[in-house]
Design a protein around this ligand. Structure first.
Ligand SMILES: Cc1cc2nc3c(=O)[nH]c(=O)nc-3n(C[C@H](O)[C@H](O)[C@H](O)COP(=O)(O)O)c2cc1C
Length: 205
């Protein structure tokens, strides 16, 4: 059993990294393998809306997005760690998420998702909602904690001084571990849920 953790921050040892590391320890204690993908300062361009991915099964822009897609295919859960920029997720992470979820050639249903947000002060819950929307359009159950998943800090390292935030992400990792294991058992016993054929009714008249 494996969980992929994306760190969307350009600061490799920043506050998002601290939150993900706190979760990693809990996953490993629970026997769940972790793979932390750090976006750092890589250039990730936005989606070109070419829809070539629907023919070739991957994004035509051959950068980290296709590597992350391959890792996600092999994972039972996905944690997305994201710094808040102007009350929203940082732009590079959103470019990655748009292209990853649009181009992926994998059934994401029943892979458990969780968003972890890092902010100095404002915009954390809006960003949390923003990331959860990728999961909830993909048939991915969302793991929860006992507060909305956020840690606070400005300078790298500040999140170490946010014990409530760190507890929130540890509880999240415990709950997510349980959910991933329960889903694995459920799949064995009941199989995957029936999937209706897709219907698309655009709001165009
Ligand atoms: C361009 C920019 C915009 C930011 N906007 C916000 C914001 O709207 N709200 C906030 O609380 N913090 C904001 N911050 C602060 C970061 O969210 C904060 O420093 C956080 O700890 C960064 O996470 P990291 O250390 O993982 O990179 C902003 C930082 C940058 C660089």
């Amino acid at each position: 059993m494996k969980v992929l953790m994306i760190n969307g921050s350009p600061r490799e040892g920043g506050n998002t990294a601290i939150a993900l590391e706190e979760m990693r320890k809990v996953f490993e204690k629970n026997g769940i393998e972790t793979d932390i993908f750090t976006l750092g300062t890589q250039q990730i361009t936005g989606c070109r809306a070419c829809w070539a991915c629907k023919k070739i099964g991957k994004c035509v822009i051959d950068d980290a997005v296709n590597d992350v897609a391959a890792k996600l295919r092999e994972s039972d859960g996905l944690v997305v760690g994201v710094p808040v920029y102007y009350a929203s997720a940082n732009g590079t992470l959103i470019s990655l998420m748009d292209r990853l979820f649009c181009s992926r050639n994998a059934d994401l249903r029943m892979k458990v998702g969780a968003a972890v947000v890092t902010a100095r002060r404002g915009g954390a819950s809006a960003t949390f909602d923003e990331i959860n929307k990728y999961f909830t359009i993909s048939g991915m159950p969302v793991a929860s904690s006992e507060y909305w998943n956020m840690v606070h800090g400005w300078e790298p390292g500040d999140a170490e001084g946010d014990p409530e935030g760190l507890r929130t992400v540890r509880v999240l990792a415990e709950n997510m571990s349980f959910l991933m294991k329960s889903i694995a058992l459920g799949k064995e016993k009941y199989g995957m849920p029936y999937r209706e054929p897709r219907v698309m009714t655009n709001f165009v008249r």
